[in-house]
Design a protein around this ligand. Structure first.
Ligand code: PXG
Length: 461
């Protein structure tokens, strides 16, 4: 493992300045400073290099976002051209610009016809804050101002701002600073591995969905604005719901006239082998949150996509919607997004995930781990997968300190030159959609070695 002593002088300098001035995301800063972060300096395709020249195969697409890989010339050129032409203009005071117009044109070609409008942002968090405001505004316009409550899920992740962290169900985030804000409640997550022994996976899926109906009835449907969830849960452990879950959720939302909102910040733009994850799970949201893969992470951009029902209400009957960001629809972000969508489309990258590389990754993982004593469950589809680490496969017993176990596995991977994500006892793989077969082989082989090393380290405890 890298140590402070064998790091290069560049690395030591970066670490010293970073430790002095930079507070990082979701980390004990003092512990990080003691160890020193890895300094990533370069990326190409699926590979990144650190400041000591070590190469890593990135099995996490940065942070679920570099869908076309690092360093794609088309995106770089689009950014340069746009900066040269019009580096900035805003969406306020009756103006627009061609970059955002062309992006909308392309985006709504990709989306089914029942979506009509988008409001652009700079991130997933902003998008989900906007989602809260938009669904409440929609019900005001519909003459139902009491329909205000949003229902999210425990362990869901929708971002780090006040609204989006409230919508998410991360208890440790809520504990800091009086979250959630009023009018947001949560139901359980469809985490099938933790179900009780007498339930089948399908029964468990129906039972999780039934929680939504119970919550709507408890609150009163006339007070519930929307249900918001990730089609598959990402940061909360890459949890794929049982097949029975989404059809039942959709039925319940329609029955009680509750808007169904899909947070596609991770699932969107090809991750499951469909353009959007809700298409894989076969349900039809009223609103879709997008970010990350929209620009493949080259520049920040997000957006809230609205169905005709919501879009037309806002436009035709809503008057002024008092919302706007300086960088909504930023021309450089829009130009990069358009180039990214063009590359995904032109090169058939998402079809390849659906028909070739996705099935290959999933098959390789199942071959490598189906009989592994420490892997209790393998979930995933397309270019996303999770391995559930367990103490006892037969009884589905998990480790007491499962975060420490999965963190060990993640560090073993880094050591071996592969980046895989650890969460609450699950290892996640979500490589760029352009991954080749030989890179999938390397990813699976190195993940196997990391899990083996973790099994050896924890076997005796
Ligand atoms: N929704 C979902 C589903 C996300 O995964 C956000 C919203 C927020 O997006 P921004 O752009 O504001 O970060 C996310 C972000 C992880 C991890 O550990 C995942 C995210 C962010 C940080 C860490 O897997 N997703």
């Amino acid at each position: 493992m890298d140590t402070k002593t064998n790091a290069s002088s560049d690395t030591r300098r970066y670490r010293a300045i970073d430790a002095a001035h930079h507070i990082h995301a979701f980390v004990d800063q003092q512990a990080l400073n003691a160890e020193g972060p890895r300094v990533i300096v370069r990326g190409k395709g699926l590979e990144v290099w650190d400041s000591d020249g070590k190469r890593y195969l990135d099995g996490m697409s940065g942070l679920w976002c570099t869908n076309v890989g690092y360093g794609r010339r088309e995106l770089i050129d689009a950014a340069c051209r746009q900066m040269d032409e019009l580096s900035y203009y805003n969406m306020f005071f009756h103006t627009t610009h061609p970059a955002v117009v062309e992006l909308s044109s392309r985006l709504f070609e990709l989306l089914p016809g029942h979506y009509s409008h988008a409001i652009y942002t700079n991130s997933g968090s902003e998008t989900n804050d906007l989602l809260i405001r938009t669904v409440r505004r929609y019900w005001e316009i519909e003459g139902k101002p009491n329909k205000k409550i949003l229902i999210g899920r425990h362990n869901g992740y929708h971002g780090s701002t006040v609204g989006s962290a409230s919508l998410g169900g991360m208890a440790f985030m809520h504990e800091m600073g009086d979250l959630p804000i009023p009018g947001i409640v949560h139901i359980g997550e469809p985490y099938g591995y933790a179900r009780s022994a007498e339930l089948t996976v399908d029964e468990f899926g129906r039972r999780c969905a039934a929680e939504l109906e119970a919550k709507i009835l408890e609150l009163g449907a006339d007070r519930v604005a929307a249900f918001v969830a990730e089609p598959f849960q990402g940061a909360g452990g890459m949890i794929f719901p049982p097949d029975t879950y989404w059809p039942e959720i959709q039925r319940i939302c329609r029955k009680h006239d509750v808007l169904l909102c899909a947070d596609e910040v991770i699932g969107g733009f090809g991750r499951t082998g469909e353009w959007f994850a809700h298409q894989h799970f076969n349900f039809v949201p009223d609103a879709i949150s997008i970010a990350k893969g929209l620009t493949s992470g080259y520049v920040p951009m997000g957006g809230l996509v609205l169905s005709q029902r919501i879009g037309e209400a806002l436009v035709e009957r809503g008057g002024v919607f008092a919302h706007g960001l300086t960088y909504s629809g930023h021309p450089v972000a829009a130009a990069v997004a358009l180039a990214n969508l063009d590359v995904l489309h032109r090169d058939g990258i998402i079809d390849r995930v659906r028909d070739d590389t996705g099935p290959y990754l999933q098959r390789c993982l199942r071959e490598a781990f189906a009989d592994h004593p420490m892997v209790g469950e393998i979930q995933g589809h397309g270019m996303v997968a999770a391995l559930q680490l367990c103490r006892d496969k037969a009884t589905r017993q998990r480790f007491d300190d499962e975060s420490a176990v999965s963190w060990h596995c993640r560090c073993a991977g880094f050591d071996d030159g592969v980046i895989i994500r650890s969460t609450l006892g699950r290892m996640i793989l979500a490589p760029a959609l352009v991954i080749r077969h030989d890179e999938i082989d390397e990813l699976v082989e190195k993940t196997r070695r990391a899990v083996d090393r973790t099994a050896a380290a924890f076997a005796a405890r």
